[in-house]
Design a protein. Structure first.
Length: 714
C-alpha cells in the first residue's frame, strides 16, 4: 500500500484548510514583499525591495483590481518588470488568492529556463511559498506546478495548444514583442490569451510585459499634441498600450517641483564633435528638467524612482508642482503603462548612452540598423523608426550627384572589385552585369554596368541570343566576360584590377537554377569555386545571409541537379536593401557613400529608386513594370562582400586583397599577362558524386581563389 505523503492527520487538516482559506486583502506589492525572496544565483536570495523599482508598484497593484481586464507594461530591459509583474504576481496569487494561472514565455526553451532558473529558485528561497507547494512529487515538474490549495500553474509558450481550450483566471505573457504576430494562424497572442480569462468575468486578469520590438508603421505619424501620451502606430505591445489608458512615468524636479518625463528628449550629453570619445561623452550624460534646466545627477535617480516620488499620469491628466492632479483621464478596461530607459533602475545613464553612441557609429560606417534598433528597443524602451522610412528621394536627385570619373576605370579609393549578375528571362533573355568597386568602410564606386545578350560560337563564328535557361554553354560567357575582366586604374599607370568575386542570382525561368548549379560545379573543377557565388532572396529571415546546400535528390519528379554539393546563399533581401538605401541617402563622400559616374543615364537611377520600403519593412516596386536591376545587383554584390569578411576588416591592417594599389598583390602590371587557368585532365571532369557540404578547394597557385588568400571565407 502506498501511504499518503502527509506526516500526520493533523498535517492533513492543515493542508485541507489551505484549500478553504479566504483570499487575503493585502495589496499585491505588500504581499510580494512579505512572501517572495528574489534569488541571487543558485544558492543566495534577498528580500524584494519595492523602493528600488518604485515605478513598478502601481502596475503591480493594478493586477488585482477588478477595474481592469488587463495590465500592459512597456519598458526597457533592466527595469525589474519581469520580477514584479510576473514572478512577484505569481507569488501573490499563491500566497493570497490561489487561482489557476498560465505563464507564457517566448519559446519552449525559454519556458523551461524560466521555470527552472527563476520560479523554482524563487519558490525554494521563499518559505511562505515553499510551504504551499504540493508535497506530491509529480505535482511539481517543469511545465506544471500544483499547490496545496489546488491552484494549478502552467508554464507554456506561444502555441494554439497552450492558448486554447483551458480556462485560467490569470494569464501572464512575457517578452511579448518577440512572439509571432500570428499564433498558428489563429490570431495574435493577446487576443487568444485574454479569452482564457473570460469565464472569471471581472476577476480575470491578462498581464503583458515587453520591451518594444516592432518598427513604427507610419513614419509620418506625429503626436496629436505636445502633452499626448499616445504611442506611434506599431504592432505588438505598443498597439496594446494605445488601447489602454496610456500612463506615462513622471519625475518631480528637485528644484522647481514641476513634473517631467524621464525620456531621451530630456537627456543631454556631448555630441561627437564636442567629445569624440564615446566613453567620456557617455559619462557626461545627464537628465535635465525641461522647466528650469536643472541638471539631475545619476545618484538622484533612485530617490526620483521612489514610490512616494514618481507618479504615473494617464492620458488627459496633469499634475502641478504641489502634486495636485487635474484633467480628464482616459478611461479604459486596460491599465497600460510605458516608461523609458533613463528611469530603468538597473541601467546607468553612462552605459545607456555609451551603447547608443556605438550603435550610431556602426550605422554610420556600415549602414546596418540592427544594433541601433536593438538599443532603441531594449535599452531605451522605444519603438524603432527605421531610418530609411524617414525620407524619400528621386532618381533625378541621384543623377545630379553623379561624378565625372572616366568610363570603366577604377577610381582612387577602390581596393577590390565585386561583380553581380542578374539573370533575365522571357523575350529579353540576358545577363545583366554590374561591377562595384569597394573602398574603406563601405565607400563604393560603380565602375561598370552592361548587358550580355549574345554569344559567339567559337568554331562557327555564328552569333546567337543568350539562353540562360536552355543552354548551359551560354553560361561560359560569365567566365570570359565577367570573371576574367580587368579594369585599368585611373592613375594612368596602365595597371589593371581584376574582379575578385561575382554574385549571381540563381533563380528565374525553368532551367536557370539547374544550369547555375552546373556552371558552379564547372568553376569549382577549374579552381574558381570561391570566385563565383550563387545567391537567392528568401524574404524576411532570422539571418541576413544563410549558407545552404539545396538537395532535391529525393524528388523523383525533378532532375537531380541540386544534390547537396553546391552552396547557395539565401539573403534577407529586405535588410540587404535597407543597407543599400542607407548608403544612397549619404549626402557626403566618405564611409558608406555610393559614388556614381555621370556617364550613366537617368534609367540607371530610376532602377535604384524603383522600390520603396513599406510600413511592414518589405521592399516593393513602385509599379509592376518598373525595372529594379540596379538595386538588386547592389544587394547581391554587398552580400558577397559581407560573406568574404568585408565588414570585419581592420583598415589599419587590411588583408592583402583589400590593400591599396601599391601593396595589393592582385593588381596586374601593364606588361603582366592575364592569368591562364589550367584546364583539368578530361578524365577528372565528370560530374562528382554528391558530398556532404564539401569545402571549396583551389590550386595553391591560384592567386584569385586560393585558400591561402588571406581574409577570404568559403
Amino acid at each position: 500500500m502506498i501511504l499518503p505523503p502527509y506526516a500526520s492527520a493533523e498535517q492533513g487538516r492543515v493542508d485541507t484548510a489551505e484549500m478553504l482559506r479566504a483570499p487575503s486583502r493585502l495589496k499585491v506589492v505588500e504581499a510580494i514583499k512579505k512572501s517572495m525572496r528574489v534569488p541571487k544565483g543558485a544558492a543566495n536570495s534577498e528580500a524584494w525591495d519595492d523602493t528600488l523599482t518604485g515605478y513598478m508598484n502601481e502596475p503591480i497593484n493594478c493586477l488585482a483590481s477588478r477595474q481592469y481586464d488587463a495590465v500592459i507594461f512597456v519598458g526597457p530591459a533592466r527595469t525589474g518588470k519581469t520580477i514584479g509583474l510576473i514572478d512577484g504576481f505569481i507569488c501573490y496569487v499563491i500566497y493570497c488568492d490561489p487561482a489557476d494561472t498560465l505563464l507564457v514565455q517566448l519559446t519552449e526553451e525559454k519556458a523551461r529556463e524560466h521555470s527552472k532558473k527563476r520560479l523554482d529558485r524563487t519558490f525554494r528561497a521563499s518559505p511562505l511559498i515553499a510551504q504551499r507547494m504540493s508535497p506530491i512529487r509529480h505535482d511539481n515538474n517543469v511545465h506544471d506546478k500544483i499547490f496545496k490549495s489546488g491552484m494549478y500553474l502552467k508554464i507554456g509558450w506561444p502555441s494554439i495548444n497552450v492558448l486554447s481550450s483551458s480556462d485560467y483566471r490569470n494569464v501572464l505573457l512575457t517578452d511579448y514583442d518577440r512572439w509571432p504576430l500570428d499564433i498558428d494562424g489563429e490570431g495574435d497572442g493577446y487576443s487568444l490569451a485574454s479569452k482564457r480569462t473570460t469565464t472569471f468575468m471581472s476577476a480575470g486578469m491578462t498581464a503583458v510585459e515587453s520591451s518594444p520590438g516592432h518598427d513604427v508603421i507610419d513614419p509620418r505619424w506625429r503626436p496629436p499634441s505636445a502633452n499626448s501620451h499616445e504611442a506611434p502606430p506599431c504592432e505588438g505591445i505598443i498597439k496594446l498600450y494605445n488601447q489602454g489608458d496610456r500612463r506615462r512615468l513622471y519625475w518631480p524636479c528637485p528644484d522647481c517641483g514641476e513634473h517631467f518625463q524621464p525620456v531621451q528628449e530630456n537627456m543631454q550629453w556631448p555630441d561627437d564633435k564636442a567629445e569624440p570619445d564615446p566613453v567620456r561623452a557617455s559619462e557626461a550624460a545627464r537628465v535635465v528638467c525641461p522647466h528650469c534646466s536643472r541638471v539631475i545627477e545619476p545618484h538622484e535617480k533612485r530617490a526620483l524612482n521612489h514610490p512616494d516620488t514618481c507618479v504615473w499620469l494617464r492620458e488627459g491628466e496633469t499634475i502641478d508642482r504641489h502634486g495636485t492632479r487635474a484633467g480628464e483621464p482616459r478611461q479604459s478596461r486596460i491599465a497600460s503603462f510605458w516608461m523609458e530607459g533613463p528611469a530603468a533602475a538597473y541601467q546607468t545613464w553612462a552605459k545607456l548612452v555609451y551603447q547608443l553612441i556605438l550603435a550610431e557609429q556602426e550605422f554610420e560606417l556600415t549602414g546596418s540598423q540592427e544594433t541601433l534598433k536593438a538599443r532603441i528597443n531594449t535599452d531605451w524602451g522605444r519603438p524603432y523608426l527605421h531610418r530609411n522610412g524617414q525620407q524619400d528621394f528621386a532618381a533625378e536627385d541621384l543623377l545630379e550627384r553623379a561624378e565625372p570619373f572616366t568610363k570603366r576605370t577604377v577610381p582612387h579609393g577602390v581596393r577590390f572589385l565585386i561583380g553581380s549578375v542578374d539573370v533575365q528571362g522571357g523575350r529579353k533573355r540576358r545577363f545583366v552585369v554590374q561591377i562595384i568597386g569597394y573602398g574603406e568602410n563601405g565607400e563604393r564606386w560603380l565602375v561598370d554596368r552592361y548587358n550580355l545578350r549574345e554569344v559567339v560560337d567559337t568554331e562557327s563564328g555564328e552569333i546567337s541570343p543568350i539562353d540562360p535557361a536552355g543552354r548551359l554553354e551560354h553560361w561560359d560567357i560569365l567566365e570570359t566576360d565577367v570573371m576574367d575582366k580587368r579594369y585599368r586604374l585611373s592613375d594612368g599607370s596602365g595597371r589593371r584590377m581584376p574582379v575578385l568575386a561575382i554574385a549571381c542570382d540563381h533563380g528565374g525561368e525553368a532551367g536557370v537554377s539547374d544550369n547555375a548549379y552546373r556552371f558552379w560545379r564547372k568553376m569549382r573543377r577549374k579552381g574558381r569555386g570561391t570566385q563565383f557565388y550563387l545567391v537567392k532572396g528568401e524574404g524576411k529571415a532570422q539571418q541576413l545571409i544563410r549558407k545552404s546546400f539545396p538537395d532535391n535528390t529525393d524528388n523523383s519528379r525533378r532532375r537531380a541537379s541540386a544534390r547537396g554539393d553546391v552552396p547557395l546563399y539565401l539573403l534577407d533581401t529586405d535588410r540587404i536593401k535597407d543597407k543599400i538605401d542607407t548608403a544612397l541617402h549619404r549626402d557626403e563622400p566618405g564611409p558608406n557613400y555610393l559614388h556614381h559616374p555621370d556617364w550613366l543615364g537617368l534609367w540607371f537611377f530610376q532602377e535604384l529608386t524603383a522600390e520603396t520600403r513599406g510600413p511592414d519593412g518589405k521592399w516593393r516596386k513602385v509599379s509592376e513594370k518598373a525595372a529594379n536591376e540596379a538595386l538588386d545587383l547592389y544587394g547581391y554584390a554587398h552580400a558577397v562582400a559581407i560573406v568574404r569578411g568585408y565588414e570585419r576588416i581592420n583598415w589599419q591592417a587590411p588583408p592583402p586583397w583589400a590593400k591599396d594599389w601599391d601593396d595589393n598583390p592582385n593588381i596586374l602590371q601593364p606588361d603582366q599577362p592575364a592569368k591562364v587557368y589550367r584546364e583539368p585532365d578530361p578524365q577528372t571532369v565528370s560530374e562528382p558524386a554528391a558530398q556532404p557540404k564539401p569545402e571549396d578547394t583551389a590550386p595553391a597557385d591560384n592567386w584569385l581563389g586560393s585558400a591561402n588568400n588571406d581574409g577570404w571565407l568559403s
